[in-house]
Design a binder for this molecule. Structure first.
Ligand SMILES: [Zn+2]
Length: 260
C-alpha cells in the first residue's frame, strides 16, 4: 500500500512558513519518526541557523521482524542511526528517554520528564505527534502526542513538576506547537529540493528500518530499484503537501499558537 498525504479535501493552510525559530525541539516516539514527518522542515531551519534538538521517547526495541534479534544490539544500533540522521539534518542534540518501544504511556512521570527537557532546552517551537489523529493504530504515537501537549502545559506552569524549579530550571512557554501527521492540517512549511535530499539521506541513515518501514511503504514499479521507489515516494508526499499549500515542496502540520 502506498500512503499519500490526504490533503485533497482540506481547505488551504491558514498559514505557511513560520519565521525561522532559534531553538526547536522535536519530540517523537521512535527513531526515524522525526525524519519521516518533518525532516524537510528541520533541514530548512538548520540551514537558516536554528538549533534543532531531538527527544526520542522510546528505545525502538521492537523495530524488527527478526524474532531472534538481539534487542540490546538493536537499541544501540538505532541510537547511533538517530544521531547520524539528526547530524545529516544539521541537528544539535539528541536526547533518548529510553521508554520501552510499544509500551509508552502518557503518565505523569513521563510527562514530567518531557517537561524537564522543554524547560532545559527552552525551545521557541516544539514539534510532535498529533494526539487527536483519528484511526491511528500505533499506541506509542498517540501517547507521544499526549506527552508533547501535556509536557508543554507542565513546562509553562510553575505548579507542575516543582522539584525541577528547586533544581534551577525555570518555567518555559514555547511560542508554537506544530503537530505532524495532523488530523486537521492547517499549516505548511515549504522547503527546497536540497532539503528533500537531506531528508531522504537522513531517513536512509536508519538502515535497520529499511525492511520493516522504508521499503515496505513504497511499492516499486517494474524495473524500479526499491531505493529509487522510496525516494520517489518521499518526493511525491512533499509534492502533495506543496500542491495543497500552493508552493513547491512542503510538509503539513496542525499549528497551535494561540493557546500556548
Ligand atoms: Zn514511530
Amino acid at each position: 500500500m502506498v500512503r499519500r498525504a490526504d490533503l485533497t479535501d482540506r481547505p488551504p493552510p491558514r498559514s505557511i512558513d513560520l519565521a525561522t525559530p532559534s531553538v526547536v525541539l522535536v519530540v517523537v516516539a521512535h527513531p526515524d519518526d522525526a525524519e519521516f514527518q518533518c525532516g524537510g522542515t528541520l533541514s530548512k531551519w538548520t540551514r537558516r541557523g536554528a538549533a534543532v534538538h531531538h527527544l526520542v521517547l522510546t528505545d525502538g526495541s521492537k523495530g524488527t521482524w527478526d524474532r531472534d534479534a538481539d534487542q540490546a544490539e538493536l537499541v544501540e544500533r538505532r541510537r547511533l542511526e538517530q544521531v547520524r540522521a539528526s547530524e545529516l539534518l544539521g541537528g544539535a542534540t539528541v536526547t533518548f528517554l529510553g521508554e520501552t518501544d510499544g509500551e509508552l504511556v502518557a503518565d505523569v512521570t513521563t510527562r514530567d520528564r518531557v517537561c524537564e527537557v522543554i524547560r532545559r532546552l527552552r525551545p521557541d517551537v516544539v514539534l510532535g505527534h498529533d494526539p487527536w489523529k483519528r484511526y491511528r493504530l500505533h499506541p506509542d504515537h498517540a501517547a507521544a502526542g499526549r506527552l508533547v501537549v501535556e509536557g508543554i502545559v507542565a513546562a509553562r506552569d510553575p505548579w507542575f513538576a516543582r522539584d525541577q524549579l528547586a533544581d534551577g530550571l525555570e518555567p518555559h512557554r514555547p511560542r508554537a506547537l506544530m503537530l505532524f501527521e495532523p488530523d486537521a492540517a492547517d499549516h505548511a512549511e515549504s522547503f527546497g529540493p536540497e532539503d528533500l535530499n537531506r531528508k531522504v539521506d537522513a531517513l536512509l541513515a536508519h538502515r535497520s528500518q529499511w525492511e520493516t518501514t522504508h521499503l515496505s511503504r513504497s511499492s516499486a514499479a517494474e524495473d524500479e530499484a526499491p531505493l529509487d521507489a522510496f525516494r520517489r515516494r518521499e518526493a511525491e508526499l512533499a509534492g502533495d503537501a506543496g500542491r495543497w499549500a500552493g508552493t513547491g515542496l512542503a510538509e503539513a502540520f496542525h499549528l497551535v499558537d494561540d493557546e500556548l
